[in-house]
Design a binder for this molecule. Structure first.
Ligand SMILES: [Fe+2]
Length: 340
């Protein structure tokens, strides 16, 4: 077949028009992140350096789910990063994610930190620890989450809102372990031991211990490292002992920071490469060394503070079970008037 010059020319031009945007977009991954940029940008930079794939990230404190919903199939987002199981499961339940073959993360991400259908994956874990005043609480005096409900702690405990995702996940784990009735007795007991109406973030609870407002608080472990980096907060951190609860039975409640591939990810293959990188040895080590988060991959070195606390037993409850009990946990906070 013979093409005329003008047909050939237009074929060449149209193939260039098609090829050009593909060449540009093939080397990019777009990220929507609930994680603060300083916690995750170094990992993205290392990934780009290794692969040449650029990572464009948008940070949002809230509203990610609504944004993904309204953008629909036109969303530029490939991956969503969150700091707890609640938001990961909300995004999955809204039908905004797609599954990734979890076999590729075998040996990197334990099963209990993955969605059973492969829609979300934990990349790091965070321990919900108890901290207690060095001056007013003897070591060994409090050992478990159950102890928080013991009347001996009346007016001595501080926590943040019972409806914050970190507290909701803890209550959800209590429901999984003790059943709804048992967990409700526990939550009501803890509520009646609060020294004040729940307010502030995790660090604010440690400050309240330092200032004598309460003797015991419940926080995520990495806030200890964060406080030690801030001169104003060093005395708060130094006023408490750290306790990993439930070491003699099921282990300490763990939450995750994690990632999900969006349903319409325009750069699916490269997005999965970024997931591989973050679940791999280099990404996992950066999470531990830079952020003090616990790597999900075993055998990855911890940072110095983590090493000083030593090994501990983690609750092996699946995060999916925690996600399933979240709605009940939120209702329970209302039923016991936790925040009143
Ligand atoms: Fe946090």
């Amino acid at each position: 077949m013979k093409y005329s010059y003008s047909i050939l020319r237009s074929l060449i031009i149209s193939s260039l028009l098609v090829a050009t945007p593909l060449l540009v977009s093939a080397a990019e991954v777009n990220v929507y992140s609930y994680r603060k940029p300083q916690l995750i940008d170094p990992m993205f930079a290392a990934f780009t350096e290794q692969t040449g794939i650029k990572v464009n990230s948008v940070f949002a404190k809230k509203g990610m789910l609504e944004r993904l919903q309204s953008e629909g199939a036109n969303s530029p987002a490939d991956l969503v990063f969150t700091v707890d199981i609640g938001r990961l499961s909300d995004i999955k339940n809204a039908g905004l994610t797609q599954s990734v073959d979890s076999a590729r993360f075998a040996g990197h991400i334990p099963k209990n930190y993955q969605d059973p259908q492969g829609h979300w994956f934990g990349l790091t874990t965070r321990a919900r620890i108890i901290v207690a005043s060095k001056e007013r609480v003897k070591i060994g005096e409090i050992l478990s989450y159950e102890d928080l409900a013991d009347p001996k702690w009346k007016d001595r405990i501080c926590t943040r809102s019972g409806k914050h995702p970190y507290m909701v996940a803890l209550t959800a784990s209590m429901i999984a372990h003790h059943g709804a009735a048992g967990a409700k007795v526990w939550l009501a007991g803890l509520k009646s031991n609060l020294a004040r109406k729940p307010k502030g973030n995790d660090r604010a609870q440690v400050k309240a211990v330092k200032e004598g407002e309460c003797d015991v608080a419940v926080i995520n472990h990495y806030y200890m490292a964060n406080m030690l980096k801030d001169p104003e907060q060093v005395p708060w951190a130094e006023s408490v002992n750290v306790l990993f609860p439930n070491q003699s039975d099921r282990g300490t409640h763990m939450n995750v920071s994690g990632v999900a591939l969006t349903k319409h990810a325009p750069n699916r293959a490269d997005a999965i490469k970024l997931m591989d990188f973050l679940a791999g040895s280099q990404g996992q080590q950066m999470y531990a060394q830079k952020n003090g988060e616990y790597p999900v991959k075993s055998g990855v070195a911890w940072n110095e503070l983590q090493k000083s606390w030593g090994k501990f037993k983690e609750d092996s409850l699946s995060l999916a079970a925690i996600a399933d009990n979240r709605a009940a946990a939120i209702r329970m906070a209302d039923e016991v008037g936790y925040n009143n």
